[in-house]
Design a protein around this ligand. Structure first.
Ligand SMILES: [Fe+2]
Length: 446
């Protein structure tokens, strides 16, 4: 029997009630503007350097510029330090942004709880975060995975499930497509503001590591908006310079025992392009003795057996997959397809245009590919799959949800995917990852 006639892994028989995903109305609780004149809103944090000793704090003041200062202090300390940030604004068609503040707090201690305050006078708002432990090979750390979130009732359920998951995520790896403001006429940027207020309840307290998706492009030449990524880059700063990147769309951070590489599906990646050159320089720098876990984030999946966005990730796969096998990446997380899928460890790098070798094969040096674009946005679920399920596809299901990647030490990490219809503790799909550098044994996918 030929490969094409074989069924692959599991297509879940779970049947979800397919209802349309609708955006929460503007007067929803989750979008509420904090009280007080010019109160800071849309507060969010991300890693601010290469190793986790810095944090970028961002927020918006709507009425006037206000203060750029962040006050911060260690738990149990009376001494408050301060850091000065910068202010940006932008116009988009007929929308004018509030005052967007970005402030990098540096030289923090590892593994420490800090409180921080933004705003002045009667509208000071206080939050907290924990810095990660010092980078090292056996440092346990738990990442959450969310993609294509949007701002529907389903999005809210996804975020609630992530927050309530007993496997407590410490940092979100976000695989792109944030607000879906571009689904509104003229990409109504008010929906970027509501999204910022919606995710504040998590993003103000733990870093969200950002990846750019197609809904961040906001390319609208028909109404004069020709500069791609304008709202995204004004609102979401990332520490790209720390990894010698020249733009925010691709960069890397180390956090605990993981080296995380963020790539851009919507920037050039052909040979000689800046992204190609950066990745070529970056991969040899990954030190698996320091950071055993090599995690890649990108938006458009390379291995996708849904009928939606079929083959869109193919050109990037052709360019970069040999490197991911050579450098033994552990896992590649993508979004874009509004469903869930996990691959076997496979590669498809033998083809050279004349030899006909263009079938994915089992490859224990290859990463597992996970599509986690199931955050719950307004575009609804991708429920059409290509049939039969390809051999390389280990599990696929069209449900909304999130995942966690729970690193235990240099050899093992427990991965699990949670669908929104289940209780907070239920794992709908899970796998023990064996580190590709320290423990490259075959994983059992059943
Ligand atoms: Fe997308």
């Amino acid at each position: 029997m030929g490969v094409l006639l074989c069924n692959g892994g599991i297509t879940s028989s779970f049947v979800r009630n397919i209802e349309k995903s609708v955006d929460m109305p503007l007067d929803s609780d989750v979008f509420r503007v904090p009280t007080g004149y010019n109160a800071p809103q849309q507060v969010h944090i991300t890693q601010g350097d290469q190793v986790g000793k810095a944090v970028i704090v961002s927020w918006v003041t709507q009425d006037e510029p206000g203060s750029n200062t962040v006050l911060y202090w260690e738990k149990n300390s009376k001494h408050k330090s301060s850091a000065e940030g910068i202010l940006v604004t932008y116009k988009y068609y007929n929308y004018t942004s509030g005052y967007i503040h970005h402030c990098t707090i540096k030289n923090l201690k590892f593994h420490t709880k800090y409180y921080y305050e933004v705003g002045i006078g009667h509208t000071v708002r206080k939050f907290w975060f924990r810095t990660p432990p010092r980078v090292g090979p056996d440092v346990p750390y738990t990442f959450g995975l969310i993609g294509d979130l949007g701002q529907t009732y389903d999005s809210n359920q996804t975020l609630t499930h992530y927050e309530s998951n007993p496997v407590k995520g410490q940092t979100v790896l976000f695989v792109g497509d944030l607000s879906y403001a571009d689904n509104y006429p003229f990409h109504d940027n008010v929906r970027w503001d509501t999204w910022g207020r919606f995710v504040e309840r998590s993003a103000a307290y733990q870093p969200w590591i950002w990846t750019a998706g197609n809904h961040e492009l906001d390319y609208g030449p028909e109404f004069g908006e020709t500069k791609p990524f304008k709202p995204y880059t004004r609102r979401y700063h990332v520490p790209y310079r720390a990894s010698k990147s020249t733009t925010p769309f691709w960069y890397s951070v180390k956090r605990a025992s993981a080296h995380i590489i963020v790539l851009s599906s919507y920037s050039a990646y052909g040979k000689y392009t800046p992204q190609y050159s950066w990745l070529e320089e970056e991969l040899p720098k990954v030190n698996r003795t320091e950071t055993p876990w090599l995690i890649v984030l990108l938006h458009s999946p390379w291995y996708n057996s849904y009928a939606y966005h079929f083959m869109e990730g193919e050109t990037m796969r052709v360019m970069f997959e040999p490197w991911f096998v050579q450098y033994k990446a552990d896992v590649v997380f993508a979004g874009h397809v509004h469903a869930y899928e996990r691959s076997e460890r496979i590669s498809n790098i033998a083809y050279n245009i004349v030899n006909g070798k263009c079938t994915p094969i089992k490859d224990q040096s290859a990463p597992v590919y996970i599509t986690i674009g199931d955050g719950g946005n307004i575009e609804g679920l991708a429920n059409n799959m290509t049939e039969p399920q390809p051999n390389y596809s280990a599990y696929r299901e069209a449900s909304f949800g999130h995942a966690t990647f729970d690193i235990k030490n240099r050899t093992h990490a427990h991965y699990s995917w949670h669908r929104n219809q289940d209780g907070y503790a239920v794992e709908a799909d899970s796998l023990w990852f064996n580190n590709r550098y320290w423990n490259p044994v075959e994983e059992s996918t059943t």
